[in-house]
Design a protein around this ligand. Structure first.
Ligand code: ATP
Ligand code: MG
Length: 355
């Protein structure tokens, strides 16, 4: 898994069979800085995109393969014992309304380098069936985190935030609810030189700017009803720049972005699902202490915790989800939730490259 934050690659060895889904081993590889810069650049229109995208996909795939091989060596597991690699690829464009979504990677090369079957391109089939192609994790959250009589909401704070509503009875729903780490990371990088605001400490030193917060909350995206999905194109620095007047203190903007993130997640988790009893965070943003404190206030008196207490470490959930999705594809089962993505019906997701 490598998500919108572009922080690196999460590799998990997962058992998604009868005993699972459980994580048996994991590894995080940072992205090489030139590859990260090129993937970021490919999010926007530019020169010679097709060739650059193909080369970046190959380089990224070599990193994926190195991660897989290193993890298998760590765990002393042979490639023959692995049913499949589920590989999301790197989203560089996401325009379901225009009929496409692009996750760069090279499935043929990954199969070649690892000798393992590869399932990839998970989103396109849902888009082809009229869906958003995202979020795809709610089916997995349902499989692993359902709370029985307790109404739970799972929140993944990746580059973009998405919520999954797991009622005690009735359909599972979910949607991308707004920015996660993308803006927090980009603003911190610009003003502190750090790739992210560790524990939200810098943002916490600022004060929330109520007028800026109101301008950001006025975005049409927050009012729109699901199904909906977002990417860097929706909540990028261009969007933020339009809302700034230019005289703000940088730390105050960070504090305001954190409040925006907490507010929009809490709204999605609670106001849209008033029965919610427990909220669980996953994704790297779950480690942002100031953000999770703000969220705990916003969802009180409901319980807030990370998925660690449900048995899967917050940073492993997304990668385990794509292992599970690969398992569903190999078993020939549909894995999109039409109520979530808006697709015309259930579809088997992913393309298979045989070892
Ligand atoms: N201690 C921390 N304090 C603040 N932020 C953190 C901390 N640890 C991780 N993060 C944030 O988590 C991000 C990585 O999260 P994650 O890998 O879940 O995002 P992603 O790759 O975009 O995933 P997704 O596929 O869900 O979009 C980092 O870029 C950073 O913003
Ligand atoms: Mg990541």
């Amino acid at each position: 898994m490598s998500g919108t934050s572009l922080d690196g690659i999460d590799v998990v060895l997962g058992d998604v069979g009868a005993a699972g889904p459980v994580v048996k081993g994991s590894l995080h590889l940072p992205l090489a800085s030139d590859l990260r810069a090129e993937l970021l650049a490919l999010n926007q229109q530019g020169n010679d995109e097709l060739r650059r995208a193909a080369l970046a996909a190959n380089e990224l795939t070599r990193s994926y393969a190195a991660g897989v091989c290193a993890l298998l060596a760590d765990c002393e597991v042979h490639a023959d014992a692995i049913t499949a690699i589920g590989c999301h690829g790197q989203t560089v464009r996401h325009e379901p309304a225009a009929g496409y979504t692009i996750q760069l990677m090279n499935g043929a090369l990954l199969a070649e380098l690892t000798g393992i079957d590869v399932v990839c391109d998970f989103r396109s089939r849902d888009v082809a069936a009229g869906g958003q192609g995202a979020p795809l994790v709610p089916a997995f959250h349902h499989a692993i985190f359902s709370g029985g009589a307790v109404h739970r909401v799972i929140v993944n704070i990746g580059g973009i935030s998405n919520v999954t509503d797991l009622p005690s009875s009735g359909p599972v729903t979910g949607f991308d609810c707004g920015p996660g780490n993308v803006l927090l990371d980009a603003w911190a990088q610009r003003h502190t030189g750090q790739p992210f605001d560790r524990d939200g400490a810098w943002g916490k030193s600022g004060r929330v700017l109520p007028e800026l917060l109101q301008r950001l909350l006025a975005a049409e995206y927050f009012q729109r009803l699901p199904p909906k999905s977002a990417g860097r194109q929706t909540f990028g620095m261009d969007w933020l720049s339009c809302a700034l007047i230019g005289r703000e203190e940088a730390a105050d903007v960070q504090a305001t972005l954190m409040e925006l993130t907490a507010r929009t997640i809490a709204d999605a988790a609670c106001r849209l699902s008033p029965q919610t009893g427990e909220v669980y965070l996953c994704g790297g943003g779950a480690r942002n202490v100031a953000l999770s404190d703000a969220l705990a206030c916003a969802v009180a008196p409901r319980k807030l915790a990370t998925t660690d207490v449900l048995g899967v470490s917050a940073e492993h959930v997304e990668a385990l989800a794509f292992a599970w999705l690969a398992g569903e594809a190999c078993a020939g089962r549909s894995a999109n939730l039409p109520a979530v993505t808006g697709a015309h019906g259930p579809r088997i997701l992913g393309a298979l490259y045989r070892a």
